[in-house]
Design a protein around this ligand. Structure first.
Ligand code: GDP
Ligand code: IMO
Ligand code: MG
Length: 425
């Protein structure tokens, strides 16, 4: 299968990085198509932990890695990441950067912080990395792109157009400090020096790779429910996170994509604000967080934890045209004797539905209806084959497959690269 999208099926942090790293072994090219330094993928290899923000998770397998046009790039963060990888013996020579990707500028971060402060209790709970303001300027056509770094005159002019307007917002709307223009062009020219050799026509590169029969992986950032159009708006990120975004964000036609693997945790987490029907109340929330190490890769924030939500997951199957599912962190559930799984939502009028509500107020006020499954209460980390799964664990996986109508192709049983059971239908 030459073109495979890996997409988060929940609210992010499903373990996409680990799955992409695993599948990259048998791929030639790995592409990021959306998001920026708000993404954080943790991959554990040989006892060493790698935290990637911009660079596709295929880098650890030595594969050619593309940062596509749909991404937003904070050059300082990208360069730090490149340096960190090089210092740890990972070559970054094969990283390719689209000239059409947009730059996160200092005012975007300042506006993100100012906007969250101004919203107060209505805040979104963003990563404060400037993502929303950067995508907003892209749509407003005031953005600065990677290719603008290549021409000092264009870069200076674009900064001179954007900055005065941004400073009015910063000072008057957000009561925040101005961003001073001095030294800004020079700073970004410094970044340009470092990034110049990586800038490429990545749409053409991916197209050629596919035409040559190479195996291409698309490394999704965030999760389906954080999608700008189809997620739990406004508590979403500012890019298309769904699988369709892979075509748009890399610049290939949708007919080139062969399969879509959704990645879901065996439970659910969410960082930031917004509705979360299966969020656990009481001690199990803390227990699950500690057992799963549920603290943000980017911000270190506590992730909110909840039981598996099959209504939301079925929505993700639909939105992504998911062909199979990778189920991660099944090992974390070993500690629980009973496992509630949400199979329906009860709406305010008392009716029950298996379909994700189309209206935000229905979703905000729905109550989860649970079926409770027995736990297996034994560790899974020493398993090497899916046939060794305890009966109750197999039952948990089969319930998911049956209710979603999608096969579970991979099961995560630990943090390390090799802790995955492959399941053949
Ligand atoms: P991503 O953003 O989707 O790539 O996910 P993150 O890396 O932000 O968060 C997933 C966390 O779970 C990371 O710390 C991974 O090392 C860890 N992880 C991934 N798969 C598994 C698994 O099957 N079991 C356990 N225990 N941890 C896992
Ligand atoms: P990965 O790729 C989890 C969430 C933020 C916030 C909302 C908007 O690691 O799965 P933003 O800074 O994007 O404007 O924040 O989206 N969010 C994520 N949550 N994992 C992510 O990425 C996320 N990227 C954004 O917490 O609620
Ligand atoms: Mg993450």
């Amino acid at each position: 299968m030459p073109a495979t999208v890996i997409v988060g099926a929940q609210w992010g942090d499903e373990g996409k990085g680990k799955i992409v790293d695993l599948l990259a072994r048998d791929s030639d090219l790995v592409c990021r198509y959306n998001g920026g330094p708000n993404a954080g993928h943790t991959i554990v290899v040989g006892g060493e932990t790698f935290k990637l923000k911009h660079i596709p998770s295929g880098i650890l397998q030595g594969k050619e890695c593309v940062i596509g046009a749909g991404c937003v790039v904070d050059p300082q963060v990208l360069i730090e990441e490149l340096d960190d990888l090089e210092s740890r013996g990972i070559s970054t020579e094969l990283v390719r950067l689209s000239g059409n990707a947009h730059l996160v500028m200092p005012w975007h971060q300042a506006i993100d912080r100012g906007s969250e402060r101004r919203l107060g209790r209505l805040k979104i709970g963003t990563t404060r990395r400037g993502i929303g303001p950067t995508y907003a300027d892209k749509a407003y056509r005031l953005g600065i792109r990677i290719q603008d770094l290549l021409d000092e005159k264009i870069l200076r002019q674009k900064i001179e157009v954007a900055l005065p307007e941004k400073n009015v917002w910063l000072e008057r709307v957000y009561g925040a400090e101005r961003v001073e223009p001095e030294g800004l062009v020079e700073r970004y020219e410094g970044y340009a020096e470092r990034l110049r050799p990586m800038i490429a026509d990545t749409s053409l590169l991916v197209d050629r790779a596919l035409t040559d029969g190479k195996r291409v992986l698309f490394d999704g950032a965030h999760g389906t429910l954080l999608d700008l159009d189809h997620g739990t708006y406004p508590f979403v990120t500012s890019s298309p996170t769904v699988a369709g975004g892979a075509a748009v964000g890399t610049g290939i036609g949708p007919t080139r994509i062969d399969r879509v693997i959704g990645v879901a945790k065996a439970y659910v987490t969410r960082v930031g604000e917004g509705p979360f029907p299966t969020e656990i109340e009481g001690a199990d929330q803390e227990r699950l967080r500690e057992l799963g190490g549920e603290f943000g890769t980017v911000t270190g924030r506590e992730r909110r934890c909840g039981w598996l939500d099959l209504v939301a997951l079925r929505y993700a199957v639909r939105l992504n045209g998911m062909t199979s599912l990778a189920l991660t962190k099944l090992d974390v559930l070993s500690a629980f004797s009973e496992l509630p799984v949400c199979v329906r939502y009860r709406l305010r009028d008392g009716t029950e539905t298996e379909d994700f509500p189309a209206h935000q107020s229905d979703f905000h006020h729905c109550e989860p209806v649970y079926e409770t499954l027995p736990g297996w209460e034994q560790p899974l980390d020493s398993l090497t084959d899916v046939s060794e799964l305890p009966t109750a664990a197999r039952g948990y996986v089969e319930l998911i497959e049956q209710r979603l109508g999608v096969e579970v192709c991979l099961i995560g049983t630990g943090r390390e690269r090799e802790r995955v059971l492959e399941r053949v239908a």
